[in-house]
Ligand binder design. Structure first.
Ligand code: NAP
Length: 142
C-alpha cells in the first residue's frame, strides 16, 4: 500500500505523479491515468528538455525536467512512474527511492534476481512503495 502519511497527502488531495522516460509506454500511461480520479501528473522528465517540454505541453503537465534527477528533487512529486528501457530500471529506481520517492516501475522490474533484490532492499530501507507495473495483476479474472 502507498503510505499516504509519508507522502504528506491530505484528505481529498490527489496523488501527485512524475513520469520518467517519455517513450511509447509513457504516452499510454498518461492516457490511462487520466481515468483515475485521485491521481494527477504534475511533472515529467526526459534526458532532453525539449522533449520534456513538448510532452508536458501535449498533456497539460505543470512541470518539465531535462534530467531524471531534477524531477526526483521536486518535493511535490509523491510517486514516480519509470518508463525507461529495462536495463535502466534498477539505476533510476534506486535513485528515486533514495530521494524518498514511491516507485511504480515498468516491467520487468530488473533484469536479474540481484537487481530486484537490491530494489526491494532499497524500498525497505527508505520505507517507500515499490511495485512492478504489472497491470494483469489487477485483472479481476486473476
Ligand atoms: N511499449 C509497451 O507496450 C510496453 C509494454 C510493457 C512494458 N514495457 C516496458 O516499458 C519500458 C519502456 O518501453 P517503451 O516501449 O516505452 O520504450 P521506448 O519507447 O524506447 O521509451 C523508453 C524511454 O526511456 C528513455 N531512455 C533512457 N535511457 C535510454 C536509452 N539509453 N536508450 C533509449 N531510451 C532511453 C527515453 O526517454 P527520454 O528520451 O525521455 O529520456 C525513451 O523514450 C520497457 O522496460 C518496456 O519493457 C513497454
Amino acid at each position: 500500500m502507498i503510505n499516504f502519511d509519508k507522502m504528506n497527502c491530505k484528505m481529498g488531495q490527489k496523488i501527485r505523479w512524475g513520469i520518467i522516460g517519455l517513450g511509447n509506454i509513457a504516452h499510454n500511461f498518461v492516457k490511462d491515468l487520466a481515468m483515475v480520479n485521485d491521481a494527477e501528473i504534475i511533472a515529467v522528465a526526459s534526458r532532453n528538455i525539449e522533449k520534456a517540454n513538448q510532452f508536458a505541453s501535449q498533456y497539460h503537465v505543470k512541470q518539465a525536467f531535462g534530467s531524471y534527477e531534477s524531477l526526483l528533487q521536486c518535493e511535490e512529486v509523491d510517486v514516480v512512474y519509470i518508463a525507461t528501457p529495462h536495463t535502466f530500471h534498477v539505476s533510476v529506481a534506486l535513485m528515486a527511492m533514495n530521494y524518498k520517492k514511491n516507485v511504480l516501475c515498468e516491467k520487468p522490474l530488473g533484469v536479474n534476481k540481484d537487481e530486484v533484490e537490491r530494489m526491494i532492499a532499497c524500498a525497505r530501507e527508505n520505507k517507500v512503495f515499490l511495485m512492478e507495473a504489472l497491470w494483469s495483476r489487477f485483472n479481476p479474472a486473476i
